[in-house]
Design a protein around this ligand. Sequence first.
Ligand code: PLP
Length: 284
Amino acid sequence: MSRIVYVNGDYVPEEEAKISIFDRGFLMADGVYEVTPVMDGKLLDYPGHVARLHRSLDELQIANPVGDDELLKIHRELVRRNDLDEGLVYLQVTRGAADRDFVWPQDATPSLVLFTQEKMLEDSEGPKHGIKVISQPDLRWHRRDIKTVQLLYPSFAKMQAKAAGADDAWLVEDGFVTEGTSNNAYIVTKDGTIITRNLSTDILHGITRASVLKLAAEAQLKVIERPFTIAEAQNAAEAFATAASLFVCAVIEIDGVTLGDGKPGPVARRLREIYIAEARAAAM
Ligand code: PLP
């Protein structure tokens, strides 16, 4: 079934959607994106995603294509028109079309594209059984706090993981894990402390991460934000990842080493339950 997508002011069937070949998103990866999860036809963690979109646009001096009220309306309209109960809304803003040049135009009209993806989130396979990860060098640029559409290296690293029989790669820089290819990374020590890398330009400031850390604190779980190594992760009681498309997902194997009994651990399971309940209650 054809989806209805949004392109620069119009709702059109996906086969009719068009963007210029001179769009700088296409030619230079000059654009940013957001992915908002949908459950029960409602948007989860939406204010966080919009706030991060503003930050990404500001950092790259890309003009904001629409106001916040209009953006929320577009999200809701796409969910409605596609009858989306569970899945994702993908949003992309690029600097717009201009003759190809490394110097970006000051006056380009930004392009705005949104589409929906149906996806099982609550009962998806990864979180049910836990995922396996391998380590890969983090060869991305150093402004990973900006959610740009330059996803070739994360995609490449994930393909390396798939080729090795794993589900994802945890990226390592200077001996420490930064994050997953499209998720934030955590371990749980044997005394129950949750460890995840501190925020900086080294990692994306995950919206799910922010919500999960707040909920962990409310549940009296101890959290330390600092880098950790693959060896420390392999010796941990548990590991997990967070992302809009995963919520909280246990990691059960790291570079061939099984964690615990090879099943999702109690901290990851509990945080997943709490996150889903809270995000659902606050959905809009
Ligand atoms: N880190 C990276 C590199 C990502 O691409 C993502 C999500 O796409 C995340 C972390 C998780 O962020 P969020 O929880 O906002 O989805």
